[in-house]
Design a protein around this ligand. Structure first.
Ligand code: PGA
Length: 254
């Protein structure tokens, strides 16, 4: 289905792969996806492999993203990675507020918003993740939860910055579980997120912002999900760890 917004499909490799394994994977992807023009393709390796993966992709249609960054920039922040350091490695994207970080590192919407602002200030494109837990869905508060996360995580960004942000809707109960939201369930929340963005920054920004779906996306369900009017791509965990499954997923999305 034709959309004004270009699809963006990102592989989130999470805490997986050595440098050599990461380079081997991106080399295969480069070969097998060279002809794909219809989709913005992003891979997000661990910090330790960013430099090598970045150096393996300069003349390709594959862009590199990080999975997190510090909110403060350079300075006395032991263990952190500044946005400028990512830019220095030719990284273009950064995943922020993934549900695993919200859960294990206690990242809040306010932290995510500060990181998103720092990312934009360094000309990185943030991929801001939101999504409800199973308990929240069962309690029928999905919209409230997602609205609060969207408003809180984009707080302080200008209209132009929000338009240049990727929002990833990832129901927590669908991540790594094999349970995908049905395309209708996902579409409903995506349309709702677009409405929230419209209420913040107007219809034009809402029409242009790209909203990815994430949670057990694979080659077999990608086409149906991507054909929904408000789904503009995917954030992919498990199925991005091997070349064939990620390549098939992308080719099935076109
Ligand atoms: P999954 O992960 O595709 O393995 O469900 C998605 C994500 O966490 O971004």
């Amino acid at each position: 289905m034709e959309k004004d917004r270009k699809l963006i499909i990102a592989g989130n490799w999470k805490c997986n792969k050595t440098v050599a394994e990461s380079v081997a994977l991106v080399t295969d992807l480069k070969r097998d996806l060279a002809s794909v023009k219809e989709v913005d393709i992003v891979v997000c390796p661990a910090f330790t492999a960013l430099d090598a993966v970045s150096k393996a992709t300069p003349d390709s249609n594959i862009r590199v993203g990080a999975q997190n960054m510090g909110e403060n920039g350079y300075g006395a922040f032991t263990g952190e990675i500044a946005a400028g350091m990512l830019r220095d490695l030719s990284v273009r994207y950064v995943i922020l507020g993934h549900s695993e970080r919200r859960e294990y590192q206690r990242e809040t919407d306010a932290i995510v918003a500060r990181k998103a602002a720092a990312a934009h200030a360094a000309s990185l494109i943030p991929i801001v993740c939101v999504g409800e837990t199973l308990g929240e869905r069962e309690a029928n508060i999905t919209n409230e939860v997602v609205e609060k996360q969207v408003r809180g995580s984009l707080a302080g960004l200008s209209a132009e910055q929000v338009e240049g942000t990727i929002v990833a809707y990832e129901p927590v109960w669908a991540i790594g579980t094999g349970k995908t939201a049905s395309s209708a369930q996902a579409q409903e929340v995506h349309a709702f997120i677009r409405k929230v963005v419209a209420s913040l920054h107007g219809d034009a920004v809402a029409r242009r912002v790209r909203i990815q779906y994430g949670g057990s996306v694979k080659a077999s369900n990608a086409r149906e999900l991507m054909s929904q009017p408000d789904i503009d791509g995917a954030l992919v965990g498990g199925a991005s760890l091997e070349a064939k499954s990620f390549v098939d997923l992308i080719k099935n999305s076109i």
